[in-house]
Design a protein around this ligand. Structure first.
Ligand code: KG4
Ligand code: ZN
Length: 346
């Protein structure tokens, strides 16, 4: 089954062609094009929805055309291309951006007479883990999933493709948001996550003892908004914010976020006798987070398989939307598709 996947929920314009094989329980990427307007947003220190949408409307068709070209599937004028369905992100995200992907998918489905598979972006992140890497093991259920992105921090229990239960999530800022807001306080380039990771390598994570909110609470919730206030308090005390201090502050805030994410995920794993841990979303691109997860599993002598998507599949892309469509999606006629910017786990 070949699927054209489209993702435009935030600042990316992305299209991919994936091929799913039911008997092998496997998804292969035939092409995965991601165009980001990040550089434009770096100037303003954050995403301006209008700017993102204007870029997406310019690039959506060339990006889709490129995805077909890379996958070596012809799009001639006279016949529909050799695909079985079109999948597209319907939410959560920015309304203007989402509409560009959805309206494009709808038009192509109408013209080519193909079904549409609506996809929740958050499930897309989870399913980035199901795009097989050459030597990767099969994911065994039950699995605990940690989705850590710019907009979300959620823990889920996955017993199968049709059985995914939300356990808890952030009560305020997402982990990625905490990275981005701290980056802004420290005058680092947007987005804060990768910038903080880079400078933290030269810093001491024990230099500042930042709070680990809700680390020992009995639920599976998170809270990261207090962290930026704690960083701001420290920054105000400092007379000259030199490179060393920025590195120490970055390393300390990164360690605080990582500690909470790992402790809560392992707690959920133990409680639910999970066989696998899956992490996904932009923050899972953080190498220290991945290393610390592996270390914690080893230290605690847990017989658990740990999965993280390849780095280029952690951040927003369309291949993960195609994978979610293949494993979990339902084909619907184009007339029935609806955008939902507030979509959550259901
Ligand atoms: O999943 P994503 O691309 O978009 C959303 O769905 O939100 O995640 C973007 C978030 C941003 O907050 C960014 O700062 C964070 O992921 N991020 C990272 C790293 N790379 C991206 N955070 C920490 N370390 C990284 N290396
Ligand atoms: Zn995302």
């Amino acid at each position: 089954m070949k699927i054209l996947a489209i993702e435009t929920s935030c600042d990316e314009t992305a299209a991919a062609i994936i091929e799913g094989n039911s008997s092998k329980n496997k998804v292969k990427i035939l092409s995965n094009i991601v165009l980001s307007s990040l550089k434009l947003h770096a100037k303003t220190g954050g995403i301006i929805p209008e700017t993102a949408a204007r870029e997406q409307i310019k690039y959506i068709l060339p990006v889709i055309e490129n995805a077909f070209k890379k996958a070596k599937i012809s799009i001639s004028k006279n016949s529909a291309p050799d695909i079985d369905a079109i999948s597209v992100t319907i939410g959560p995200g920015l309304i203007g951006s989402l509409l560009i992907g959805v309206e494009t998918a709808k038009t192509l489905a109408f013209v080519w007479k193909k079904p549409i598979i609506p996809v929740n972006h958050l499930y897309g992140h989870i399913y980035a883990n199901f795009i097989k890497q050459a030597k990767s093991k099969n994911i065994e259920f039950p699995a605990i999933v940690l989705v850590v992105s710019g907009g979300h921090t959620d823990l889920l229990l996955m017993k199968g493709h049709a059985n995914i239960k939300w356990l808890g999530g952030t009560r305020d800022d997402a982990a990625g948001e905490a990275f981005d807001k701290t980056g802004r306080l420290l005058n680092l380039a947007y987005p804060g996550g990768p910038s903080i990771e880079k400078v933290a390598k030269k810093g001491n994570g024990k230099a500042y003892n930042f709070p680990r909110p809700l680390i020992n609470s009995s639920d599976f919730d998170f809270s990261f908004s207090g962290l930026k206030t704690a960083v701001l308090r420290e920054v105000k005390k400092i007379k000259r914010l030199d490179n060393k201090k920025v590195a120490d502050l970055s390393a300390s805030v990164q360690d605080a976020i990582i500690d909470v994410l790992i402790k809560k995920t392992l707690k959920a794993t133990n409680k639910n006798h999970a066989k696998s841990i899956l992490i996904s979303g932009g923050v899972s691109a953080n190498e220290k987070l991945v290393d610390q997860f592996k270390l914690a599993i080893k230290k605690n002598k847990l017989s658990i398989s740990f999965f993280v998507p390849e780095k280029w599949l952690c951040t927003d892309n369309a291949a993960m939307i195609g994978a979610a469509a293949f494993f979990k999606g339902k084909k619907i006629p184009w007339q029935d598709i609806e955008v939902n910017p507030e979509l959550y786990f259901n």
